[in-house]
Design a binder for this molecule. Structure first.
Ligand SMILES: [Zn+2]
Ligand SMILES: [Zn+2]
Ligand SMILES: [Zn+2]
Length: 762
């Protein structure tokens, strides 16, 4: 008995080889019918025996291609047609297919392509640009939509007959693989000297670059979303030389390892960390460094974690196999600039930093840094930087957007996002907008993302800070505006991450964001949902003497907190040992016009400075990161018990409650004076602050009748603090929302802004 059924497949099923997969499966099952893409995903019209059709529905989920993610298969019965569906076929996509659905993320080389890469009999043996519908470049090569070869940076390469035949064969793994290429028709490697002159091509280029790396030289390597600077990770002098040339003092370098075993030699890897490392998204995974890990100390100075990643392009795979060692693979840029991705620019900017450049003639259209995730013991894998492999994958909005939105994000770790209907698409990591090249990249990202996602903004959403370049950009557009307070956007981003639309007690701890009273907030307790928020508590405000200077020089915050905790005498004692400009800074702090801040990030800076860990930083949040790193020597349960009272009970009609860490700061100073090991004091600080924050949040949640607490803001990248706060809250019977898919830092702000505007802007 033959039946005819329609199977609607929802999820990420376009641009990932799903139709050829359906074709092969249907042919394998002896079914008739056809498959096509439409605006909602993939539709299958199949005819055959009932049990075979049941099999098809099951296999559409169970055997889906690696880059597909099937959300649902809905089956409906259809009246049989005369010919039993005919021979199974792939039919052209309907013209109304949604453009956003067609742009998928860049994906690491699949197992089938790797097998060809290493098979001497294969025509793509050792070809560094092998790819198929299951893997390879996507977002980084797409210039426009609809997504076909002419719209990519592969347009200039005309497929040879063999590649063309694969491309046109519905049964082939390369059916409609737009970047399909082979040694006869595709791009090739080139090795350039630092001045940009051609030194070698093809395999010879690879061999020489590998030889340079083995000899301890620095090589620029063109990857998927930009250039890396590569050097032998175990070579102490070479790593030091890279730091010198890159003008990067202490910020940690990521390491590419040849294989999983090498990663396990460097780091303790949880099950989740291994899953993240080996996924086709291939982020950098921050994980605890093993004692005696064979890397130069200069790779991640003073930090207990290393960032590791596996090869994700065929070129990486060939290179790593040839050098057989771990390589530093850090963004190809001078400190703070965007990563180089255009070849001419790479020669100009990276030439002086490198001994050679391993490049190719396949252009990169969109620069896209490596994504970074962190393995957080109590939480699992948490996003730190959402970029290559994740952008521009849509995320579901808790409340659909009635109008098309552009959200321009904040200033540091900039991303932008566009939304229409029930999904929001965030850009790759753009960087810190205060740098002009990053601002240019921001402008390009806005245009490109709107185009790819088919969004014509009707509303633009921005931060309240008038000096952010993103805000200035928004204000110049002739569009209705929605301003979203920075910390409300943080909490909203956590709600998006967890797919929630409800009111929660939000704890937003970060560096700084502009508050509604003209001061800089950053230690905030909010009763917040997507539609509204109110500030119900905060850390004690203190002066921020010197504005940006106080961020670059944590000793200034140490001075301010020493005075808050111990008075003028305490400040003098600390100041005299910290920096001889202390009297001027203290006077500045005392002036009424000096801006005040409730920033939790600055409190961590202050404690790091008071403990003598760091008085000046060379990268953002360095002091706070090192404070957490120092505490790591003491297990969470062994931390000393320092008292810190939570904020007083809220009284209706009064303003927000204030959590005052001054007694804890006083204890920190006293313990240091008494010679207590710094690790112990740092651990005690985390434990006491975390407990007081949790108790304050629990009391405020109870007062507002809420049972859920959301933790957001860059300070919650601190795994130790997050663990302590979450454990205490859970112990009080509260549900805790943390970040997983969206960064808790300002990289998530654009998504939070979009969610707020979707819920409020009609
Ligand atoms: Zn492949
Ligand atoms: Zn070819
Ligand atoms: Zn922030």
């Amino acid at each position: 008995m033959r039946e005819r059924r329609r199977l609607r497949v929802r999820g990420t099923v376009q641009g990932v080889g799903y139709r050829p997969f359906v074709y092969r499966t249907a042919v394998d099952l002896g079914l008739g019918g056809r498959v096509w893409n439409d605006s909602e995903g993939v539709v299958v019209d199949a005819t055959g025996p009932a049990d075979r059709l049941d099999d098809l529905a099951r296999r559409l989920v169970d055997d889906a291609p690696p880059l597909a993610s099937v959300a649902a298969v809905e089956v409906t019965a259809l009246p049989p047609d005369g010919d039993g569906g005919g021979r199974f076929s792939i039919v052209e996509s309907r013209a109304d297919a949604a453009p956003a659905a067609a742009v998928s993320v860049d994906a690491a080389t699949c197992a089938a392509c790797l097998a060809e890469l290493h098979d001497p009999a294969d025509r793509r043996h050792r070809y560094p640009f092998v790819n198929c519908t299951n893997c390879g470049p996507r977002y980084t090569i797409i210039r426009s939509i609809p997504y076909d070869r002419a719209a990519t940076t592969m347009a200039a390469f005309v497929m040879c007959a063999a590649c063309r035949a694969e491309y046109e064969d519905p049964g082939d793994r390369r059916f409609h693989a737009e970047p399909n290429a082979c040694p006869a028709c595709g791009p090739h490697l080139r090795l350039l000297d630092p001045g940009g002159a051609l030194v070698a091509e093809r395999d010879d280029a690879l061999e020489r670059a590998a030889g340079d790396l083995v000899a301890g030289r620095i090589v620029g390597v063109k990857g998927l979303g930009g250039y890396h600077l590569a050097v032998d990770a175990a070579d102490v002098e070479a790593v030091a030389e890279l730091r010198r040339r890159k003008a990067r003092d202490d910020k940690p370098f990521a390491v590419m390892v040849p294989d999983l075993a090498a990663a396990a030699d460097l780091c303790d890897l949880s099950h989740d960390a291994v899953a993240a490392l080996t996924s086709p998204r291939r982020p950098i995974v921050l994980a605890r460094r093993r004692p005696g890990a064979p890397v130069a100390p200069g790779v991640a100075p003073g930090l207990p974690e290393l960032g590791v990643m596996l090869p994700y392009t065929p070129l990486h795979d060939l290179l790593m196999a040839r050098v057989a060692r771990s390589l530093v693979m850090t963004s190809g840029n001078l400190s703070d600039e965007p990563i180089a991705h255009e070849d001419g620019d790479a020669v100009a900017r990276l030439g002086p930093m490198t001994d050679a450049l391993l490049t190719s003639d396949r252009p990169i259209h969109i620069r896209c840094d490596d994504s970074v995730v962190r393995d957080v013991p109590s939480v699992g894998v948490q996003m730190v930087r959402r970029s290559r492999g994740f952008a521009p994958e849509p995320i579901a909005l808790p409340v659909p957007a009635a109008r098309q939105l552009l959200a321009v994000g904040a200033e540091l770790k900039s991303t932008v996002a566009v939304a229409k209907g029930s999904s929001v698409v965030a850009s790759h990591h753009i960087g810190d907008l205060e740098h002009l090249p990053a601002y240019r990249s921001f402008l390009q990202a806005v245009d490109h993302l709107c185009h790819l996602a088919g969004v014509t903004p009707e509303v633009v959403v921005h931060d309240l800070h008038p000096e952010y370049l993103s805000t200035k950009f928004a204000l110049e557009l002739d569009l209705p505006l929605v301003g979203v307070q920075h910390h409300h956007a943080h909490i909203a981003s956590c709600l998006v991450d967890n797919g929630r639309d409800e009111e929660v007690l939000g704890v937003a701890f970060d560096g700084t964001g502009l508050g509604c009273d003209g001061s800089l907030w950053g230690g905030e307790f909010l009763v917040a949902g997507l539609r509204s928020w109110r500030r119900v508590g905060h850390l004690r405000p203190v002066p921020l003497p010197g504005g940006p200077m106080a961020i670059r020089e944590p000793w200034r915050m140490g001075l301010v907190w020493a005075e808050a905790a111990l008075g003028g005498e305490g400040a003098e004692r600390y100041g005299a040992s910290a920096d001889d400009r202390w009297p001027a800074v203290l006077a500045l702090a005392g002036r009424p016009e000096t801006v005040r801040t409730t920033s939790a990030g600055r409190l961590f800076d202050a404690v790091a400075a008071l403990l003598g860990i760091r008085g000046k930083v060379s990268y953002e949040a360095q002091a706070a990161i090192e404070l957490e790193a120092v505490a790591a020597a003491v297990a969470v349960e062994d931390a000393p018990d320092y008292p810190l009272a939570p904020a007083g009970a809220p009284t209706s009609g009064e303003g927000p409650v204030v959590l005052d860490p001054a007694p804890l700061v006083a204890r920190v100073v006293a313990e240091r004076g008494r010679g207590t090991p710094v690790a112990e004091v740092a651990a005690g600080f985390h434990a006491a602050l975390g407990r007081a924050v949790a108790e304050t949040a629990a009391a405020l949640a109870g007062d507002a009748g809420l049972s859920t607490v959301a933790l957001s803001g860059g300070v919650f990248q601190n795994a130790r603090l997050t663990g302590v706060v979450a454990a205490h809250l859970a112990g009080s019977g509260l549900e805790v929302l943390v970040h997983r898919r969206i960064p808790p830092n300002d990289g998530g702000i654009s998504l939070g802004q979009a969610a707020v505007a979707a819920a409020t802007a009609g």
